[in-house]
Design a protein around this ligand. Structure first.
Ligand SMILES: [Zn+2]
Length: 251
């Protein structure tokens, strides 16, 4: 029979992505139960209403995202936009799977490894707390301006560079998403520059005073690659169809 049982997929994902290894801000694995059998699998960065509606239109039986629901500290009431998202999901009987830190750190489909691959950087060492910082030495030193242009080209969006921007960059560290407060940790790992998605007002001064270049390349833009790699992996391994659903986000 074409497809795979939901419970079999859940066990495979939890095991392969090693969810028990992580201290995380939201539950990893199956978050909302849908159909018992999965033939069509949608993947997306965030479980937004737009994504759920597009997945439902395509006839998806499951949706795997990097940013799921039920975040620690979030107002848990199912009202307003949260109710509408959940309703769309339940009506379509789509299973929602979310993998947050496990999908940043994974050796094969993690956002960090995948960003490095897209950028053509050498294969990184995964270091720091929960192995969240990827670090690699570029074959030759580059200027901050050149690296900024390469990031903007591959991520198809403007990229901010702040801090010690006159310094040549050879040892590079990165962590996708909202890791701007890991600038010090990256400097402690000997990095000349650190790349993440978001920027805070304080990030500029931290980078300047620590003496490191910080690139803010977009949260969404740096985290589009892990779920796509995971979808391809699952499609190759199991008899199911996978599709990436965009919900573009400039932040
Ligand atoms: Zn993120």
């Amino acid at each position: 029979m074409e497809g795979i049982a939901r419970d079999q997929l859940a066990v495979y994902l939890n095991d392969w992505l090693e969810i028990d290894r992580f201290k995380d801000y939201s539950p990893n694995g199956l978050q909302v139960e849908g159909k018992a059998h999965i033939r069509r699998l949608a993947v997306a960065v965030t479980a937004t209403r737009e994504v759920i509606e597009k997945a439902a239109d395509w006839g998806a039986d499951a949706l795997i995202v990097h940013h799921g629901w039920f975040w620690r500290g979030e107002d848990p009431r199912l009202v307003g936009y949260r109710q509408k998202r959940l309703r769309a999901l339940l009506v379509a009987e789509i299973n929602l799977f979310a993998f947050h830190l496990p999908l940043d750190v994974h050796q094969e489909v993690g956002n960090n490894v995948c960003l490095g691959r897209v950028m053509g950087w050498p294969s990184p060492a995964l270091l720091g707390e929960q192995q969240l910082i990827a670090r690699a030495d570029l074959p030759e030193a580059v200027s901050a301006e050149a690296l900024q242009q390469q990031l903007a080209f591959h991520l198809e969006r403007p990229v901010l560079a702040v801090g010690a921007v006159d310094r040549p960059i050879q040892r590079l560290a990165w962590c996708t998403g909202a890791a701007q407060d890991m600038i010090q940790a990256a400097a402690d790992l000997g990095a000349d520059a650190f790349v993440s998605g978001e920027i805070s007002e304080r990030s500029t001064y931290m980078a300047r005073e620590i003496g490191i270049t910080y690139f803010a390349a977009g949260h969404y833009a740096t985290e589009r690659f892990g779920v796509q790699a995971l979808g391809k992996h699952l499609q190759a391994r199991f008899p199911l169809q996978s599709r990436f659903i965009e919900d573009p986000n400039p932040a």
